[in-house]
Ligand binder design. Structure first.
Ligand SMILES: Nc1ccn([C@@H]2O[C@@H]3COP(=O)(O)O[C@H]3[C@H]2O)c(=O)n1
Ligand SMILES: [Zn+2]
Ligand SMILES: [Zn+2]
Length: 248
């Protein structure tokens, strides 16, 4: 599996694009989240929406879903096909009713299914998204009373949707489930009200920090290089082979 971050920025970052990712497995591509900057980021990297087989959404903030309307319209009117859309079963209805309907609805009975092959995912149940790519959604804490999901990919790769610091979860993923790569959102400055912040992540024990790669950071990230313990920053646009990350 290869993973390329289309962006590694926080919601308000301007020098980094939204924290969205492109996974390639056996020649097929799945996007994790599709924020406001995703259409331009894909274009700048030489891709287009026609290259994408499936989209997986973590939660309903614009840096994660703000590009979905363009994705849907391009697939319908430029590429003439419905991509797979994986989203938590609890978010299917709000995604359409609260975020997409205003732009995408053309006829009164239009739904998300007019644009996507919608695959609602229950929490905690592993599912094959593409051949060779399995995912389990984990409900993780982000905004009170607003569902947000993190991802356990192919059993050992944890990818945080936006989430607060949850050391118990990280400990149990590593100790009990064999997770050996953790991509984690990281707010550089405290307090970590809705995201884990760097001072909190720096308190993780060394045997966890060595698996952690930081993403979803602010524009002043360059000032923090070398100040992240044994955790490393992900670089947007770099292509990482998961096998290489697990060997480090
Ligand atoms: N209760 C909240 C809600 C939102 N926010 C900020 O708005 C951003 C929305 O995208 P995000 O990536 O989840 O990061 C959120 C916070 O920066 C915040 O700081 N506190
Ligand atoms: Zn975000
Ligand atoms: Zn968020």
């Amino acid at each position: 599996m290869k993973i390329q971050m289309l962006g590694t920025g926080s919601a308000f970052a301007k020098t980094f694009d939204n924290n969205n990712a492109l996974l390639t497995v056996d020649g097929r591509k799945l996007m994790i989240d599709c924020g406001i900057t995703a259409p331009k980021a894909l274009f700048n990297l030489g891709y287009n929406f026609g290259d994408i087989d499936a989209l997986l959404l973590t939660h309903m903030h614009a840096d994660h879903i703000g590009g979905v309307e363009e994705f849907a319209f391009q697939m319908k009117f430029l590429y003439g096909r419905k991509p797979l859309l994986y989203v938590a079963d609890t978010l299917v209805d709000p995604l359409w009713e609260h975020s997409l309907k205003g732009g995408l609805q053309q006829n009164p009975d239009d739904t998300l299914a007019d644009y996507f092959d919608v695959k609602p995912l229950p929490e905690g149940v592993p599912h094959e998204l593409l051949p060779g790519l399995r995912a389990e959604l984990l409900l993780t804490r982000h905004i009170p009373n607003k569902a947000s999901y993190s991802l356990l990919l192919n059993e050992t790769f944890f990818y945080s949707g936006d989430m607060v610091y949850d050391p118990d979860l990280l400990e149990s993923l590593v100790n009990d489930r064999g997770v050996n790569v953790i991509f984690h959102d990281c707010q550089l400055h405290p307090p970590g009200a809705v995201h884990a912040c760097l001072p909190q992540l720096l308190t993780l024990p060394a045997h966890i920090q060595r698996f952690v790669y930081l993403m979803h950071y602010g524009d002043d990230q360059p000032e923090f290089v070398g100040r992240t313990g044994t955790m490393r920053f992900l670089e947007q646009h770099a292509i990482y082979d998961l096998d290489d990350l697990t060997k480090k």
